[in-house]
Design a protein around this ligand. Structure first.
Ligand SMILES: Nc1ncnc2c1ncn2[C@@H]1O[C@H](COP(=O)(O)OP(=O)(O)O)[C@@H](O)[C@H]1O
Ligand SMILES: [Mg+2]
Length: 141
């Protein structure tokens, strides 16, 4: 599916809708350059679960853990991940399917994403407050 959002709030609202349909073991891989709205999208999902402390970027910790009602949300930032050893050090393989994963800079770990990963591609439009968001692997699309 593909949608265009016209503000950060619209991106958050769209992500919140996605949040309403999560079961607790999904892997959501976000793609797109700095400033496209990956963290805004993460904040939107988290807000559905009443989580308000989503950080701008977990760059120094690589992963932040938030408690939703029935499961955990693991928010990864793969910006500095260069190889399998780096990835293992984040706990990626240990936490997999034990909660919802939301991954920024998925480009860096493309080869390690399992089948069934929901992929979210975000791009800036010419109008600087618009974003095109394309979802793959969501609703069997
Ligand atoms: N339609 C939109 N959706 C999301 N963010 C938008 C949109 N239009 C403008 N922005 C701005 O883009 C920036 C996105 O920041 P952020 O979510 O931190 O990006 P990223 O995590 O991809 O680096 C914010 O400053 C936000 O206000
Ligand atoms: Mg970010």
């Amino acid at each position: 599916m593909k949608i265009v959002t016209k503000s950060e709030q619209e991106t958050e609202n769209f992500a919140k809708e996605i949040g309403t349909r999560l079961k607790g073991n999904e892997i959501i891989a976000l793609y797109g350059d700095l400033g496209v709205g990956k963290t805004a999208f993460t904040r939107g999902i988290a807000s559905y679960f009443g989580i308000k402390n989503v950080v701008t970027s977990p760059t120094f910790t690589l992963v932040n853990e938030y408690s939703a009602s029935e499961f955990k949300i693991y928010h990864f930032d793969m910006y500095r991940i260069k190889n399998l050893e780096d990835l293992e050090s984040t706990g990626f393989f240990d936490y997999m399917y034990k909660g919802v994963f939301i991954i920024e800079w998925s480009e860096n770990i493309e080869n390690y994403l399992p089948e069934g990963t929901i992929k979210v591609y975000i791009k800036k439009n010419e109008n600087k407050s618009e974003r095109t968001i394309i979802l793959k692997g969501w609703n069997n699309e």
